[in-house]
Design a protein around this ligand. Sequence first.
Ligand SMILES: [Fe+2]
Length: 430
Amino acid sequence: MQIPAYPTETIIAYTTVPLKLGFGAADEVGYEAKRLGAKKVLIFTDKNLRATGHPGRLKKIIEKEGIGIDIYDDIHVEPTDKSFDKAANDLRGNEFDLYVAIGGGSTIDTTKAVNLLITYPAPILEYVNKPIGNARPVPGPLKPTLVLPTTSGSGSEATPASVLDILDLKVKTGISHPHLRPTMALIDPLLTVSTSPEITASTGMDVLTHALESYTSMPYDKRKRPDHPSQRAAYIGSNIISDIFCIKAIEIVGKYLRRAVADPYDLEARWHMMLGSTLAGIGFGNSGVHIPHSMAYPIGGMVRDYRPAGYNVEEDMVPHGQAVTITAPAAFKFTAPVWPEKHAHAAELLGLNPGGMSVTEAAMALSDEIIQLMKDIEFPNGLSELGSTEADIPQIVDGTLKQQRLLVGCPRRVGEKELTQIAKESMKYW
Ligand SMILES: [Fe+2]
């Protein structure tokens, strides 16, 4: 049969990570390491998490299987090109045949990048997305990786991406390729109970933005068909499969994030937020994100005079979850008119009772639902609370325009003028 040559994409290409989700999933790390044939394992973690005892416990479980093991805990929160290089240089020459990442997005992303830099050595910018780097495809499979997320947020356990700051350019960007996706995720809600309310709030809002951006992203069949299957982008745009995951993730955040922030030991809320994080990761890891994540890159990259409460850090940083959420109410007010049905549905999933509202009115109310959630979990009130002023807007807009890989996912044409308006509206919400 001759397939007609459509100009737009007709294929949903879907890959995701094998996973085990539930209380006690972390205890199966030894079994999985042995199943993968590991002889020498390296655990990646950060110092704060190491102090909780979780990485030490995993080490014992893996040792019981007769497998050699080391721990590396020099992970930089919100990692950078320099921190990736340092970790790769520290570890080069060791013969590890399995990596285990236990931590938040920073730890999982560092593990992915170090695995890449050690397996296929090259200057990191070779692999970084265009236009900042050369976007060289990952040459082949990496060493197997088991990941154990300790926050309900990044979804990095399910995605083919690693995010980093390029320090000299003051910009956040990423490396994305299917070979970066972990071999398996062990998702255990018990690992999240030591997370502070502020980190729970920030990472939980990251889940929400993943799901909302992904659900409303430019559909796959409105995008150009790749000339060859190898050129299909990692993020293909919204589609029926990723929508299923995103819808459930939005509903879960609306129901459980307030509870998880209020009580770290609310295990029902923790279990659901872990599920929501993973579902959103499976969704956006395929369809992609758009304006809030694009704007978060320069917002995070140009931080000054801001130390977030609840994070034990010794330098200025904007947590990724705060950077992505802070423009979300303004961004979804901008995109709602072009796809009111999906925005209205998202608002309802977050708890809106549309009553006698029109679809467009309900779509515009999505922004209010996000703001109400931010208030309820004591989130920073706009960019001004993260240390930015109106004078920073041109630089934020300029940095956002460099994220074309993500901005192509926006369902509405967006340029300098529109981003400037969104940044202005994001300064203060209430
Ligand atoms: Fe994110």
